[in-house]
Design a protein around this ligand. Sequence first.
Ligand code: NAP
Length: 278
Amino acid sequence: MDGKALAEKVRAQVAREVESLGSLGLATVLVGDDPASHLYIGIKHRAAEQVGMRALDHRLPAETSQDELLSFVQELNADESVDGILVQLPLPDHIDEATLVGELEPVKDVDGLHPLNAGALFLGRPTLVPATPLGCIALLVEYGVPLEGRRAVVIGRSDIVGKPVAQLLLQANATVTMCHSRTQDLERHTLDADVLVAAAGSAGLVAADMVKVGAAVVDVGQNPTDSGLVGDVDPGAAERAHWITPVPGGVGPMTIAMLLQNTVRAARFRRGELPFPR
Ligand code: NAP
């Protein structure tokens, strides 16, 4: 499943929507100097500008206090020219992520992490959903992977990937099992999976022979190694899977594309074109 190709299509559609909506602003906030975070923010900025959005790049020093960051977010909440706010995670240790996320105006929370958005997803209401899970589902849909009634197994239960992707699979009427670091006999579950989403952040966690023949495999993992970025699934699994995402070039590009799509969606919610859950 080619994430680069589908991401191109999504971005082209987003560019058309941005044009019809007029001005659209995505504000990103980066605290500190984590090199990986700088890289990710740079990629998001270029992508936002390429589809015609205004990308507002806010970089705050590592010693920014929690109160200062909360006040800054409140200003962005109140800024009419800002449609979406993305605070790059992880934050420095002295800032509590849950407090920060709770401070975001839910209708501008393009990462879909605010409790109101997470709760609305849980209840199956239209809302802002984290970009990576949206990208996983968009790939499965694009390639016509059957979901209804099928067994889906998700490895990982983070708020940003595992939990929301499991909810989206449930909404698509799959029968969903969630695995995590305390799961016993992981292989028993993966071998049963018609659809396997691996989001553990552990290189080679899923060996080729742990994949069911004919399955669809979405490899979310992005693990830096001496030989470059690798996923959670052994690439040899392509011999058994009917569909599989490469790393890189699978979920990664889709995450960026769906972030842009979320920003358009946030703008539509704010303009009253779509009802936002309260
Ligand atoms: P995270 O917050 O560290 O969560 C990892 C999850 O995997 C946890 O729920 C953990 O279980 C589980 N896990 C860890 N080791 C395991 C094992 N050996 N067996 C079973 N479960 C295990 O990570 P995340 O933010 O969800 O990200 C996961 C991976 O996806 C990372 O590689 C990250 O870089 C990648 N990612 C990629 C994109 C993209 O755009 N492609 C976007 C986001 C994340 P516990 O809950 O029990 O600890």
